[in-house]
Design a protein around this ligand. Sequence first.
Ligand code: NAG
Ligand code: NAG
Ligand code: NAG
Length: 363
Amino acid sequence: MAIGSMWKRCCLAQDRDLICHIKTGFALLLTLPLLLFVITCFYNFSFKPVKHPQTSFNLVNQTQSYNVATEGKKFVWNLLTDHQIIQTVHHHVAHPSNYHFILDEPDKCKQNPFLVLMVPVAPHQVDARNAIRSTWGNESSVQGKAVLTLFLVGLTGGPEAQQQLEEESRQHRDLVQSNFVDSYLNLTIKTLVIMDWLATRCPQAQYSMKVDSDMYLNLENLMNLLLAPNTPRENYITGFLMWDQNVIRNKKSKYYVSEELYPEPKYPTYVLGVGYVFSSDLPKKIIEASKDMKPFNIEDAYVGTCLKRLGIKPSRAPDPSQFQTYMKDSKRHDLSKVITTIARSPKQIIEFWQNVKKTENNR
Ligand SMILES: *[C@@H]1O[C@H](CO)[C@@H](O)[C@H](O)[C@H]1NC(C)=O
Ligand SMILES: *[C@@H]1O[C@H](CO)[C@@H](O)[C@H](O)[C@H]1NC(C)=O
Ligand SMILES: *[C@@H]1O[C@H](CO)[C@@H](O)[C@H](O)[C@H]1NC(C)=O
């Protein structure tokens, strides 16, 4: 532009004389380095290697996305377009599209449950499942509303354990199994697979709950909350709210999350993973949001970051004390008021349950 207009001004208006050519030559000499400088800047900016965070997950497909940041492949990474970058993030290890169900109960939702309880549990925790099956998991109707309880497990240790699990599944028809390695660090995968099951197998339910296998759950009280006229039917999630939580940077902690995985110092408000209840529009939305969110191993905080991206704030329960964690003194009187509390063993789930039933029968 600058050179062109100078050439025009100088060489068309006046005739081509020597001075004019000297002037243009001088201008070219000045402009070319400038141009080169600008181009260099542009290239440096747009093709700067995007440093991708290392994840603490073992990646399903090492050839995709995350590893591209390693030295040898920087060039390939540099040439990826934004679109491709988003595509590869879509396939991160926690995304349910990486997994499939080995055991499934796709017809369970034909009963049109009002509430679906999804219990993540390790394959070997038969005692926990049986305690739940004989207590709150055995309630198929609460205040006239259908309730469904299912357990979600990952891969078993071997063929023998798998056989036992399949036997248990035939007996109870309440197991859903997906093909990821079942481990503590993979709880985010488990949660997203739960969300996937709800979104694809049970979108007609009104509410769902992710509830841990060591929880006492009072379904009467939960149903009172869900049937209350003020309880939203969409974009709703409640439980034990976690505000203003610092990300744990102590490498010795089991809650450790690296800055590469989650750079901000605090988590957005989230609902403690022991038990959160949500409207059934959320599973699909959470999975959608998770596509572009780097996974990290704290499942509840991760759900919180997906919710934040969706612009959905966890709701404070009308009586937050109903969502307990550990109760100092779990007397009958208090147990009959709570919605959730942590039990210290499968046996204690049954004790809590029987205590509350006795109180109800004495009324
Ligand atoms: C990883 O993905 C590439 C391309 O999508 C595919 O060719 C390759 O077989 C995959 N590898 C594994 C281990 O799944
Ligand atoms: C579930 O409840 C029914 C009665 O409603 C009872 O007959 C059955 O034994 C219970 N199941 C378990 C596993 O406790
Ligand atoms: C998490 O699950 C994936 C998929 O099954 C597996 O490759 C990985 O090893 C697991 N990670 C841990 C820490 O168990």
